[in-house]
Ligand binder design. Sequence first.
Ligand code: NDP
Length: 327
Amino acid sequence: MSLRWALLGASTIARQRMVSAIRAVGGTIVAVQSGDLDRASAFAADFALPLAVTDIRHALSGADAVYISSTNDRHCTQALTALAAGCHVLCEKPVATSIEDARAMVAAAETARRVLAVNHHLRHNGVNRAIREQMRAGAVGQVRAIIVSNGGWLPEELRRWRLSGEGSGIALDKTVHDVDLLRFLLGTEPIAVNASTSGPPDQPAQAIMGVLEFDGGVLAQFYDDFNAPHGQTRIEVIGDRGRLIAEDCLSGRPAGTLGISDANGTRPLPVDHENPYAEVIRDLHRAIAAGTPPAASGRDGAIALSAALSAIRSARTSGRLAIESIA
Ligand code: NDP
């Protein structure tokens, strides 16, 4: 399958990861749209794209699919416009900034009979896939808890809209990834959350730590931070017969290691590394061709968003909160 793509957003992630991922899987990028024509034109020149525009509808003419990587507050409107124009949509996380918007996007995709996928690329990281296989094979027995450490340093050039305004803050940036990955690993749903946050007063939190309760009783601790320059991403899966330890597995790079510790000692486990973003595009192709949901659908994005929003509310109200379910 070869799709013609329009990029909605002249963003860093499009520049650093997604243009090459789309092209690696045989896609053609026919347009880039930005709120700023100079930025769109510079982007188009850098990647030899034929069209740079500010008008979304202009970008959509001649496209089969869009990749939305604008600021979070624009995801919903852009997705609704693209779906109404008959395009498949790969939307960045968070899928939207409110559950109502996320639901509207899911409904619009159903009405338009188009695929709405969310770029929860961590499902395609080789280490995370290997963790899931080990869990499913019973390598650590009955899973009791998972600890996700996702703190790092937000580069200076990205310290703009992520720090204040609609759709900003660490929970919409990182916690949504944690929740989606935990759902992918466990195959069950988060039902409640209890979190604490830190950051400058009167701004969305820049660090968050909390506990998610999953259906079936597994507890998951998560830690996300914009200001941890020595943060090393890490996942620990604790079962009643052993423990899986993954390091450096929450970035966009095809990187990371996995080991197991059990009654036979501690040893490394094999991992097949793939470019997770290219895998997201391949998966979208599969979903379009087969008429089946993508690995991370709009509904998956909505569930991750719901849990992240509940985590923020729980930090404000200092207590455990049930997570609003997505039908
Ligand atoms: P950027 O800040 O680079 O881009 C977001 C938007 O900001 C762009 O679409 C652009 O708007 C505007 N912008 C870009 N550069 C500048 C600039 N120099 N000055 C002012 N405005 C600028 O964000 P990211 O690429 O980091 O993130 C974009 C989206 O992708 C977000 O939704 C984020 O959550 C998601 N993301 C996902 C990742 C993943 O692995 N799945 C990783 C990183 C980000 P315009 O288009 O109007 O020009």
